[in-house]
Design a protein around this ligand. Structure first.
Ligand SMILES: [Zn+2]
Length: 161
């Protein structure tokens, strides 16, 4: 599956979820929900060297020192500790073998703890749609012959067909 397919699945997941919880298209949270679901659906392929999300994260890591300075300058809520935890999680995901940690239940649990540590506790509009997008990615990759290491660190590839 390529990045565009996963992004499309994330969009559809976000819209379906918004419908399910009763948020209509004229309400502002629809943008947050669809964005969270799309990022969740896009993120797992951070473990592919040439993926678009990997390139984007690489740029994010390069500008991190500037983000820290900007966060300090504007006294923004994001602390250096939060940024460090997010960066550490992204690096661990980036360095993992393809379709292992970032495509597993453990990876989903790690992202949950990163959200908690970051002080993001909005389940309705951020964490739940992100998790659904993440799960949509894993599900789509499970439809391929390669499957995913769903129960990483158990190295067995799980696939549907
Ligand atoms: Zn994938």
């Amino acid at each position: 599956m390529n990045g565009k397919a996963h992004l499309a699945a994330g969009l559809v997941t976000g819209v379906a979820y918004a419908n399910f919880i009763g948020v209509d298209y004229t309400q502002m949270p629809i943008l947050t929900i669809v964005s969270a679901a799309s990022i969740g659906a896009w993120l797992p392929d951070i473990d592919i060297k040439n993926s678009s999300i990997n390139h984007l994260i690489k740029r994010f890591l390069v500008i991190t020192p500037f983000l820290i300075v900007a966060a300090k300058f504007f006294s923004y809520r994001i602390t250096i500790e939060t940024l460090m935890v997010v960066i550490l999680a992204l690096i661990v995901f980036r360095l993992s073998k393809h379709r292992s940690l970032s495509h597993s239940l453990l990876g989903l649990i790690i992202t949950f703890f990163v959200f908690q540590f970051s002080g993001i506790t909005d389940f309705k509009f951020i964490i739940d749609p992100f998790a659904l997008g993440f799960v949509s990615h894993i599900f789509l990759d499970m439809l391929t012959p390669e499957g995913v290491e769903l129960f990483f660190p158990v190295r067995k590839h799980i696939k549907i067909f």
